[in-house]
Design a protein around this ligand. Sequence first.
Ligand code: G6P
Length: 472
Amino acid sequence: MNAEGQRLVVISNRVAVPKARGAAGAQGGLAGALNSALGERGGVWFGWSGEVDDDPADNVHLHRAEDVTTATIDLTTRELGEYYNGYANETLWPLFHYRIDLARFEQRTGEGYERVNERFATSVMPLIDADDLVWVHDYHLIPLGDRLRERGAKNRIGFFLHTPWPPTRLLTSLPYHERLVRTMLAYDLIGFQTREWLSSFVHYCETELGASVDKCTGTIRFEGREVIARAYPIGIDWDHFQAQGETGEARQAEQRLLASTRHRTGMIGVDRLDYSKGLPERIDGIGRFFDQHPDRTRDLVFIQIAPPSREDVKSYQQIRQVLEQKTGQINGARSEVDIVPIRYVNRGYSHAELYGFFRAAKIGLVTPLRDGMNLVAKEYVAAQDPENPGVLILSEFAGSALQLGCEDDDGTARGAVLVNPHSPDAVASAIARALDMPLEERKSRYEAMIGTVRDDNVQAWTARFCDDLAAD
Ligand code: G6P
């Protein structure tokens, strides 16, 4: 069955309600993608308002726009602490990004997480009609499908994880991991960004739960239930982004960056200030480049746009300090009265401005230590001038590397220059390579990437997931 015509109810922690809609870089890939997905189909988008209210009244704030109704609830201070800052972002986020050293395992926050999932289920249930497709997003809401089933929802309910899924041996360090994964099997369809995360999930289901799995169809059979698990790599909103690139705002941003970098090559990074993005490691790689090529301080300027994120969580406060210190050290050692090698900016920018910055910067540096997908890499490619494209340096541990780092039949690397982000030497030599790359190679690498960036876009992602969800 095709999902066209069926209303979509999207549920995610973060909702891009007009009031809370931040600058593009600050909101992360999820809110932008869902905004596009829903804008196209219409429906209901339910989630947290971004506000804190300690008044226990369980009000749902409804905001009806043309095709999309947003419905949000506020969280109490305690819920915010236990569910969002606590279990979601101090336990699941680090664990899912392979950072068990940063993960905290507290029963109290785990219970708060369960309670908020119950509250989401109770609040959204009256908004769901019998024929709706229900699509739940991300690690904040893993048990939600099960809680909706407990309240009688018979709809087709899907779940998409925007982050990586960790290897089984890492996941088993989570107390009650089995309970969490069992609740996922209440969904009809589970989507992951890449085959790598999908196969880790399937491995867990087979080895820890004893489920039987048909790897051709992705069918998981467990205790009388059948669930499909597949990979659905998310894409950008190509048309919207290109339209942004046509605006005066984008052109001004491009000119502004070009004018300020003059004869130097601009290299850009745009990331939420998050330890998974590998920002200190990136700065170490840039430092290594300048150490190895002291004569090139005047050739390169690095612009890091890093809007702060999850500022109440300690590991985020720490990463910010480390980054400021490292940036300061390199700038102190390498600046001249007229040049500063690293520009470090703690704010977000609009999509149009980012388009302009990406186009002006001849190197895009995207080096997360672990990332579900990373849409910045795709946006960087989308903004390039086909006649004079820049070079994308991309971490081999980003989900997008599977689509953007490709090889020809003869083994020649095409697409992005892939790097191990943990190695400052690898980052430094990728920068040197990108700086000196001839136009012909830049063009052929760009051409190897642009098709998938354009065609495997957010609309295609939504259609694939919703069609599979609608199919019985
Ligand atoms: C990642 C997560 C999203 C989240 C976004 C921004 O992309 O997968 O679920 O919305 O980061 O983080 P925040 O905590 O501000 O929502």
